[in-house]
Design a binder for this molecule. Structure first.
Ligand SMILES: [Zn+2]
Ligand SMILES: [Zn+2]
Length: 414
């Protein structure tokens, strides 16, 4: 018996409707905001993520699925959605399209995570990338898109926002942070000790208790924003205000990826017990440049779909199952079986989902089976029906029956 690889999951036939449901909500919401889908490969040259994701992040340090292919190229399964889209944007000259270019993706992403509870090595993300607009109103629009989607999914979430500043103001802040952390260095976790040298900002995001305690009194980046970043943040808040979306300002949010500038945000929920992030994103004005394009500002977010579905289940959201069969045609006897086969096919051609028996069940167990697969109507065909040319349609919801002519089944309003 060969088992599924650690950290991966099957989506089984009886639960895939949940995926269709959330994916449809995601696509519909994207469309309402004028966002078009982009599909990029599952793997890219490792170099893209080293430059794009940033080599001081945990992802690049120890979580990437990297391997050498038969042509001795270093290949990596995408650990997040943004870098591939940015690469495609540059490579396909999308910079010549009218700005902003708004794109979304639904994609598997891969991280070599420690297999703790709920941490998958392959999971699926919905995300958006808006390129070419640098003002804060588009940051607000991206946030509103995420909020619309999560609300449609029936989730109770809270929005946290922050600014990570730009190169200018972050330099001064980093120096201040280092000064602050210097005396506490011995009490920090090993990862944060490394971060102290490479990227002290990431210490603020640490989940270790010791580090969290130290972070409580850390200086806030919001006190160090330059005029431009400060105005941007004010404008973001003003746009969220006119949209009527509530938010909390949380200077401890620093997204885990190096490419963020100015706006960062998270949608969080407490419905799985402890507080967790459902969706995270922000602005990345340097990313396209960083991976070899011209200077184009960008903003976007990613959200894990497994997590969204888990939350919907935890919050008791009623996920409608549209995968149910409309008509089941039960039959007995060779001629009736053939008629049922013919009618079910012709109903499908007319857009009505239909099933018939393929196992040689008794009439009684065909009705049971029809009930099990959630058929809305059942038609019973035997020699009598073929002779009289009349059959009964049973509505399963209330058990009512009506008689119709056999040659009118295809016109019946199911
Ligand atoms: Zn700044
Ligand atoms: Zn730490």
């Amino acid at each position: 018996m060969i088992n599924i690889p650690k950290g991966t999951k099957d989506v089984l036939p009886l639960e895939s409707y949940k995926w269709h449901y959330i994916e449809n909500i995601a696509r519909e919401t994207a469309s309402l905001f004028g966002v078009k889908e982009i599909r990029t490969p599952t793997f890219e040259h490792t170099e893209l993520f080293l430059r794009g994701v940033g080599d001081t992040t945990d992802i690049v340090n120890k979580e990437m699925y990297t391997f050498e292919d038969k042509g001795k190229r270093s290949i990596t399964l995408k650990p997040e959605g943004t870098a591939g889209v940015a690469r495609a944007f540059i490579e396909n000259g999308l910079v010549s399209l009218p700005m902003p270019v708004k794109m979304y993706y639904i994609t598997p992403v891969f991280r070599y995570e420690r297999p703790q509870a709920g941490r998958l090595r392959e999971h699926h993300q919905f995300g958006v990338e808006f390129y070419g607009a640098k003002s804060a109103d588009i940051d607000a629009e991206v946030i509103l898109l995420a909020n619309t989607l999560l609300t449609k999914a029936g989730l109770n979430v809270k929005l946290n926002i922050n600014s990570m500043g730009c190169e200018k103001c972050r330099k001064e802040y980093n120096a201040k942070l280092k000064e602050f952390f210097k005396d506490n260095l011995s009490n920090m976790c090993p990862t944060c000790k490394e971060r102290y040298e490479k990227n002290p900002l990431r210490i603020l995001d640490c989940k270790e208790e010791g580090c969290k305690k130290i972070n409580e009194n850390a200086p806030s980046i919001l006190d160090f924003l330059c005029d431009e970043c400060s105005e941007h943040f004010e404008s973001l808040k003003a746009h969220l205000d006119v949209a009527g979306l509530e938010y909390a300002i949380n200077p401890k949010i620093v997204r885990g990826l190096d490419y963020y500038t100015k706006t960062v945000f998270e949608f969080v929920t407490t419905s799985l017990g402890s507080q967790g992030t459902v969706c995270g994103g922000g602005r990345y004005d340097k990313l396209i440049e960083q991976i070899g394009g011209t200077s184009v500002p960008g903003v976007g977010f990613g959200m894990g779909l497994e997590r969204v579905i888990m939350l919907m289940e935890a919050e008791g959201v009623n996920i409608p199952n549209d995968d149910k069969v409309t008509v089941f045609i039960a039959s007995m006897g060779e001629s009736a079986n053939k008629k049922a086969f013919e009618l079910s096919y012709k109903l499908r051609l007319k857009g009505v989902s239909a099933e018939t028996d393929h196992i040689g069940r008794s009439f009684k167990s065909q009705f049971k089976y029809a009930d099990k697969i959630g058929a809305k109507y059942v038609i019973a065909l035997g020699d009598d029906e073929l002779l009289s040319g009349v059959c009964k349609v049973k509505k399963m919801a209330d058990g009512t029956e009506s008689e119709i002519k056999l040659d009118k089944v295809l016109e019946y309003n199911f």
